[in-house]
Design a protein around this ligand. Structure first.
Ligand code: SF4
Length: 345
């Protein structure tokens, strides 16, 4: 069991490392971006904490020469695609994504050959090469809107998230959507049974869903299928999620997403109580990034993420089409519930 002196030593060590990282970052004109699902101490050293599109937007607008991207590989690639002139570093190359790795560019080319003329819609959790083979990108927040913008008689290949695909098929009523059977391993911890259990334990709690990153698209799908009671549910983007507790009369909240976001919710709303739909819903890929690796990334310029220009140009087109349709915008057409909607990546 940790004693107060060992706890003090650990806290001191973390503070020292964070101070070192900030000092080195200043000398290198670097900015540190961290995803909401990163370790708390990594979130605390970052200049900006957010979701994948929020981080990409920060990457695009920063004046820094170097971006240390504390997230997973496909997100760092997206930062490179949107800011090709900047140096983007991923502190650990093992930071992959179980959802993105369910399909590669060869798989997609074969799938397209089986459905000539089909339009390809790819969730943002995909590699740059897969985005380059796609017609549109989408987030969980605008997937329905993107699909609705495609002529009704056109076949669609939707990838790689089977839960988001099933949800989109149900909400659009289209039968001509083929869905890739990919899934994120984290969602397994956030199933309707866990949710019913937690809602039974905390009947006064508001239920917040953060449909970022594939880890809770299964909950969206369960709700549109009627397996989760929509009463008292709020579907929120990161910023909506952080602001909601202060605006709500509720004192307790059950949160369906990867558990990393609880750190920020608790820090920014100290008088409220938060419960994970399942404490085990943790993304191991997000947790490989540690403070020593962030420091080493800055010291040794590692590991630089690059995307070949021809791939980046085609992938950027798919991303720009998504943005042109209203990427990240909130709106009632996007979600299975009418109120409290502010989904987005
Ligand atoms: S939470 Fe799931 S979808 Fe997100 S990075 Fe981790 S494995 Fe990928």
């Amino acid at each position: 069991m940790a004693t107060s002196s060992t706890l003090h030593t650990r806290a001191d060590a973390i503070a020292e490392l964070q101070a070192d990282i900030k000092r080195i970052a200043r000398t290198r004109n670097a900015v540190i971006l961290a995803h909401n699902y990163e370790r708390p101490e990594v979130q605390d050293v970052a200049d900006f904490v957010g979701d994948s599109l929020g981080l990409s937007r920060e990457a695009a607008k920063t004046d820094a020469d170097v971006i240390v991207f504390c997230g997973v590989h496909f997100m760092a690639e997206t930062a490179v695609i949107l800011s090709p002139q900047k140096t983007v570093l991923l502190p650990d190359l093992a930071a992959g994504c179980s959802l993105a790795s369910t399909i590669d560019a060869d798989d997609l080319r074969r799938w397209k050959a089986e459905h000539p003329g089909a339009v390809v819609v790819a969730y943002v959790n995909t590699t740059a090469e897969v985005k380059a083979e796609s017609d549109y990108c989408c987030t969980s927040g605008n997937a329905v809107e993107v699909v609705n913008s495609i002529p009704a008689d056109q076949e669609i290949l939707f990838l790689p998230d089977m839960f988001l695909g099933a949800h989109v098929r149900r909400l659009t009523g289209r039968q001509n959507i083929h869905v890739w059977m990919g899934e994120c391993h984290v969602h397994a911890g956030i199933d309707p049974e866990n949710i019913r259990l937690q809602r039974g334990l905390h009947p006064e709690a508001e239920f917040l869903i953060h449909p970022e990153c594939g880890c809770s698209t299964s909950v969206l799908e369960a709700m549109s299928a009627g397996d989760v009671d929509p009463e008292g549910v709020q579907i929120l983007s990161t910023e909506g999620m952080i602001k909601r507790p202060a605006q709500s009369p509720a004192d307790e909240f059950i949160v369906a997403t990867e558990v990393g976001i609880l750190h920020r919710l608790r820090r920014e709303n100290p008088s409220k109580r938060f419960f994970a739909a399942n404490e085990r819903a943790s993304c191991a890929y997000m947790k490989v990034t540690t403070l020593p690796k962030v420091r080493d990334a800055l010291l040794h310029n590692q590991y630089r993420i690059t995307v070949p220009p021809a791939v980046a140009d085609r992938a950027r087109l798919a991303i720009e089409r998504m943005v042109a349709i209203g990427g990240g915008s909130a709106g009632p057409a996007l979600s299975p519930v009418a109120d409290g909607i502010d989904p987005g990546e």
